[in-house]
Design a protein around this ligand. Structure first.
Ligand code: GLP
Length: 265
């Protein structure tokens, strides 16, 4: 795992968007794993901006989102399908048929979860998975005690997550208490993981996830098991990391990061 500390959220977002852009340019048939949440809104805005300037081609790309609320139809403005259409899919030339989210309205949730796993497999697996982190330490909606080998399934949301996300609902009490989420095991099978974390309210959980022991109490700590994982953070999120100076040295000296050092991306 590498941790890249950028001076502010804007630079962290720009680097994340650049890495996604490079991946899609290198492989137009890329299968991208996508995340939602406030942090990612800036990434999708940046990708849309790069697309406007440079004309990216997403026509052959496929996407799989991490999760969806159970009980929300795609046209509900609080659903993650709506979020993705709004923030990204409507801004780029992706074929909506190639964009996948679990169906929160599925009659048989277990079957929907199995079908989601099959679909990922049929598309050859996820090449690049984008992740955020929730205050409960979740990736996707893998709440504490999610098995490290878990697959796509329904998960009850913790009070911490409900407190974190319910303000995004017009009527906070309307936030569903369950969601379908890719499992930790599903996520770990991606070819590459990029986790983006910004803001001081994430500093404590980020330090536990990255430098603490691997534990199902903090699902995000499972990324330590992944052989190709880059964690991109801003200074405020990095505040409680112990090895900051080492991480900075890597970014300042490793040839891989040379193209990104002196610009905002
Ligand atoms: C939701 C999503 C997560 C995401 C988290 C972070 O809970 N299920 O995938 O990482 O939000 O949200 P934010 O960026 O708003 O802090």
């Amino acid at each position: 795992m590498e941790v890249i500390i950028r001076e502010n959220a804007e630079a962290a977002v720009a680097l994340t968007a650049s890495l996604i852009t490079e991946a899609i340019v290198a492989n137009p048939s890329l299968t991208l794993g996508l995340a939602t949440g406030r942090t990612m809104e800036a990434v999708y805005a940046k990708l849309a901006e790069i697309d406007r300037h440079d004309g990216l081609d997403f026509s052959l790309a496929k996407t799989y989102n991490l999760d969806e609320y159970i009980g929300l139809p795609p046209e509900d403005p609080h659903s993650y399908r709506y979020y993705m259409n709004e923030h990204l899919f409507s801004k780029i030339n992706i074929d909506l048929r190639n964009t996948h989210l679990p169906l929160g309205m599925a009659e048989d949730i277990d079957e929907e979860c199995l079908a989601y796993e099959d679909s990922i497999l049929n598309d050859g697996g996820i090449d690049l998975q984008l992740l955020g982190i929730g205050r409960s330490g979740h990736i996707g909606f893998n709440e504490p005690l999610s098995a490290l080998r878990s697959r796509t399934r329904a998960k009850a949301l913790t009070p911490t997550t409900i407190a974190q996300n319910s303000p995004l609902f017009k009527v906070p009490e309307d936030m569903p208490s369950r969601a379908i989420t890719m499992g930790v095991g599903t996520i770990l099978e991606a070819g590459r993981i990029i986790m983006l974390v910004t803001g001081k309210e994430k500093a404590a959980i980020l330090a536990k996830a990255v430098e603490g022991p691997i534990t199902s109490m903090i699902s995000a700590s499972a990324i330590q098991l992944h052989p190709k994982c880059t964690v991109i953070v801003d200074e405020t999120a990095a505040e409680q990391l112990q090895e900051k100076e080492y991480y900075r040295w890597i970014f300042d000296n490793e040839p891989e990061w040379e193209p990104y050092r002196n610009n905002n991306a």
